[in-house]
Design a protein around this ligand. Structure first.
Ligand SMILES: Cc1cc2nc3c(=O)[nH]c(=O)nc-3n(C[C@H](O)[C@H](O)[C@H](O)COP(=O)(O)OP(=O)(O)OC[C@H]3O[C@@H](n4cnc5c(N)ncnc54)[C@H](O)[C@@H]3O)c2cc1C
Length: 460
């Protein structure tokens, strides 16, 4: 027999996005049902690099207790593949303990009355006139629950559970390309001895296209003595590489010791979904592609999308009308706050995936970009004026005029896509279809210009 439940909002996925949204909506008095396939005690246990810039917590006004922080960083060191040349990007960061962080968010949500259905996986979605009418989830062991709600939130991560089951005419159902993702594998290791070149005060990123084609490999210290590290790599899905095999082949020998946790995952490294809302469905976090396309960080931005979506969903629920019109401000606010930057960085990411080890070595050795430039890129998503203009004579002098031309092209497309995601972003859902065509044509044109193959469309 199917058990029935009714709430105001049903959320699928208790990752950081779903948990944060559940807590916010719970604090506003809505009856929230949170569906999660993991068991309650495993919530938070996400395969991740665990690194996050402290500015994300500040922007969210989130006071994170020290108990959920494993280690602190003064910045990131970006190395060329030889490890001989590097650039230091300053900026306060931390290594979070993902399990404790998740459990901390979960406790807040539960204390606010959120009903958790853990060990329940989404089965199917019933769509009607109004939008999503109900969802069904199956508990491990067999019980099926049908949940009706006024609004549904898909917070189920990079392989979206709800939005992959709604009609294809809904723009939230957009299917991505294999080049839109990194496949990543990482281990948390207790080392037998510290790694000599590793400074424990910095998260280290190594640009090596042999080890991590279309991504990078990383080592993020998790303890002051440098003996516990989170290390792994990501490869662009379309490369055909298996990140675990590359890890075993190239990285594992550097980090000998006891493996405390190992696992893989999918990272969306692209611009956000064209719309995070349709009918009474809201999509947040990785399910809406809110990750930074260049460095793959998504903890902060998935929570940002949750905060923006929850705020406007609250107003829509209060008004009694939940649809793409009453929720449209979710898009406008998200694109302004983060989505436009993602779109700019997506353009840069496509170009970066075409660079070789020699290119990276040359750029870093000759200090074509400084730590400040990279920081600015990370925070504003802009190719610094200095890189393209002030350094033009240096780049020419050093014999790489083609690089300068390429950077000019990249910069001009970053500017054009930025305009599409800011002042030209549709003010109403009616204009969305035409806008999507413009974005698609721009991306196609850019891909042709830089000789970028977009891969295959993912079918899920
Ligand atoms: C290897 C790796 C390294 C990363 N490193 C970093 C990093 O260092 N810093 C950073 O900021 N970000 C990093 N990220 C990205 C970051 O982890 C994500 O952006 C972020 O956790 C997304 O949160 P989310 O809540 O949207 O999704 P998730 O955390 O993926 O949560 C989705 C939840 O939905 C549940 N779910 C899925 N399907 C169903 C279903 N059918 N039914 C019920 N429940 C379901 C899942 O069990 C999961 O709990 C990394 C990602 C990976 C894979």
């Amino acid at each position: 027999m199917v058990e029935r439940l009714r709430g105001d909002v049903a959320i699928v996925g208790a990752g950081v996005a779903g948990l944060y949204s559940a807590a916010i909506l719970g604090s506003m008095g809505w009856r929230v049902i949170l569906v999660e396939s993991k068991s309650g005690s495993e919530i938070g246990n996400k395969v991740c690099g665990d690194a996050i810039g402290v500015h994300h917590f500040k922007e969210l006004n989130l006071e994170v207790p020290p108990s959920v922080i494993d280690h602190e960083y003064s910045g990131v060191v970006v190395y060329a593949h030889s490890l001989k040349h590097s650039v230091i990007v300053p900026g306060e960061g931390v290594s979070v303990n993902r399990l404790k962080f998740g459990q901390w968010l979960l406790k807040q949500a539960l204390d606010l009355g959120v009903k958790l259905l853990d060990r329940h996986s989404l089965l199917d979605v019933r769509v009607g006139e109004r939008g999503v009418e109900s969802i069904r989830a199956r508990e491990v062991g067999g019980r099926v629950v049908e949940i009706e709600a006024k609004a549904f939130i898909d917070a189920s991560g990079a392989k979206p559970a709800i939005r992959s089951k709604v009609p294809l005419e809904w723009p939230v159902s957009e299917r991505p390309y294999t080049t839109d993702f990194n496949l990543a594998y990482r281990e948390v290791v207790e080392l037998s001895k510290p790694v000599e070149w590793l400074d424990v005060n910095y998260a280290a990123i190594i640009l090596d296209t042999r080890v991590a084609p279309g991504g990078y490999w990383w080592v993020f210290p998790k303890s002051k003595d440098g003996l516990i590290v989170n290390t792994g790599l990501g490869v662009v899905w379309s490369s055909g590489n298996n990140p675990r095999l590359n890890y075993e082949k190239y990285v594992k020998q550097v980090f000998q010791g006891r493996v405390l946790h190992a696992g893989g995952g999918l990272v969306p490294t692209r611009r956000p979904l064209p719309t995070l809302v349709w009918r009474n469905l809201v999509v947040i976090g990785d399910a809406a592609y809110t990750v930074n396309p260049v460095h793959g960080g998504g903890i902060g931005s998935s929570m940002l999308s949750a905060a923006i979506a929850s705020k406007h969903l609250n107003s829509a629920l209060e008004s009694g009308v939940v649809d793409e019109n009453s929720l449209w401000q979710v898009n406008v606010d998200y694109m302004r706050a983060y989505g436009a930057k993602q779109a700019r960085l997506d353009v840069l990411r496509m170009y970066m995936q075409k660079l070789s080890n020699e290119d990276y070595e040359w750029i870093i050795r000759n200090k074509i970009v400084s730590g400040g430039d990279v920081y600015e890129l990370g925070t504003r998503g802009d190719l610094a004026e200095r890189v393209v203009h002030s350094l033009s004579s240096l780049i020419k002098l050093l014999g790489r005029p083609s690089l300068l031309n390429e950077l000019r092209v990249v910069r001009s497309y970053m500017k054009r896509i930025s305009e599409l995601y800011t002042e030209q972003y549709p003010q109403t859902p009616r204009e969305l279809k035409a806008w999507i065509s413009r974005v698609e044509s721009l991306i196609e044109e850019y891909a042709r210009q830089i000789g970028y193959e977009r891969g295959e469309i993912v079918k899920w």
